[in-house]
Design a binder for this molecule. Structure first.
Ligand code: ATP
Ligand code: MG
Length: 357
């Protein structure tokens, strides 16, 4: 049976990098006889320009029906003046919440070919390969009530609510335990259980779940310590699971350990393993339209898509090997340029991955 992939190029460098990933997907589709069918739609600023809203019904409809979605990036200065409700970013948040993409997987891998790009000492980061599992549709970013209110006496007070239900914790916990099972069977749950009740419950549920995964070694860490340990000795971690806000911060921190935002993919999954895949970086308006963006994070996102939503592990590994090969060949976009590298454009990098396949 054929599987469907929806391409959402979005804004800024989005169309440039998705074009390269699309070529790579067509190639493995043939090579591995995957039977993938492709469609595309507008989201973000591109959708605002075309229809007036960041997530048109037609796009949401196609997204619901697709087995997997590959997204470039959304947003840019052109739409900054718009009110919050119709900003490009709402397109992304709308997809996440409508498809219930609660499980965000963000690997932080240091490619040995790019070791000099990290800000940490080589012995601290060489061989780094960790996975952060972030809850994406709950926690303080979505909790009610929220707002800014006026107190008696006229002073204003801003407030948000940090909530997690048992079922929300359980489902992200399962994603993390399963990921740990596929990797090195070590899971660290990050919370602030010494201060926040919601994370006391979080910790309790993780302990309860661990009985179902006896082969996975579960540990707990407070978020402040985790932030410190990530720069002190990041290789002590294999899989980290945490809530929405802590995960937002820790995954950006982990990304920078590798020194190359242009290299990092991400996946957001729901209970049916339907997923949206996108690079960790944004729309990079400062370099959009110049053909110099690094397409590898998007190409590696396509590999994750094949692995987690399309049951095509062989094709995923082939793409990852091809990426490693072009790095071995010394090909570098500007963001990962090194002294001995050969500078290439977005398209040249995409073509090189195709050739390596
Ligand atoms: P967002 O809010 O959407 O995350 P941002 O403003 O935080 O966006 P990015 O859009 O990721 O950040 O850009 C941060 C910097 O990294 C910019 O200087 C951008 O040019 C650079 N950058 C991001 N992605 C790439 C890429 N694929 N290739 C090269 N440079 C990139
Ligand atoms: Mg950002």
């Amino acid at each position: 049976m054929s599987k469907s992939v929806l391409l959402l190029p979005g804004d800024g460098i989005g169309p440039e990098i998705v074009a390269e990933a699309e070529k790579v997907l067509h190639k493995v589709n043939e090579q591995f006889d995957l039977g993938l069918v492709f469609d595309s739609a507008h989201v973000g600023g591109a959708a605002i320009d075309a229809t007036g809203v960041p997530l048109p019904d037609d796009t949401l409809d196609k997204a619901r029906k697709a087995d997997a979605i590959l997204l470039g990036a959304v947003g840019g200065p052109k739409w900054d003046g718009l009110e919050m409700a119709i900003r490009p970013e709402k397109g992304l948040l709308g997809l996440r919440s409508n498809l219930e993409l609660f499980g965000n997987l963000r690997p932080a891998i240091l490619y040995p070919q790019l070791a000099s790009a990290s800000s940490l000492k080589p012995e601290v980061v060489s061989g780094l390969d960790i996975l952060i599992v972030r809850e994406l549709t709950g926690g303080i970013y979505f909790g009610q009530p929220r707002g800014v209110r006026e107190l008696e006496g006229g002073e204003r007070q801003g407030y948000n609510t940090y909530v997690y239900s048992e079922s929300e914790i359980r489902r992200i916990g399962r994603v993390a335990f399963e990921a740990a099972q596929q990797r090195n069977k070590k899971l660290c749950s990050v919370d602030k259980a010494n201060v926040l009740e919601v994370t006391v419950l979080w910790r309790e549920i993780m302990e309860e779940l661990s009985k179902d995964y006896p082969d996975v070694e579960l540990s707990h860490m407070y978020v402040d310590n985790a932030a410190m340990q990530l720069v002190r000795a990041p290789k002590q971690f294999d899989v980290i699971v945490t809530g929405n806000m802590f995960g937002d911060i820790l995954s950006d921190e982990a990304a920078m350990l590798t020194g190359s935002i242009g290299m990092l993919p991400s996946a957001s999954l729901n209970s049916d393993k339907q997923g949206m895949y996108e690079p960790c970086h944004g729309s990079a308006p400062d370099i959009a339209g110049q053909g110099i963006a690094n397409p590898l994070a998007t190409i590696l996102s396509a590999a994750m898509m094949l692995r987690y939503s399309l049951q095509a592990e062989d094709a995923a590994q082939a793409i990852e090997a091809a990426v490693s090969k072009v790095l071995d060949q010394g090909l570098r976009t500007a963001d990962i340029m090194s002294d001995d590298g050969r500078k290439v454009t977005t398209r040249e990098m995409g073509e090189a991955v195709l050739a390596a396949l």
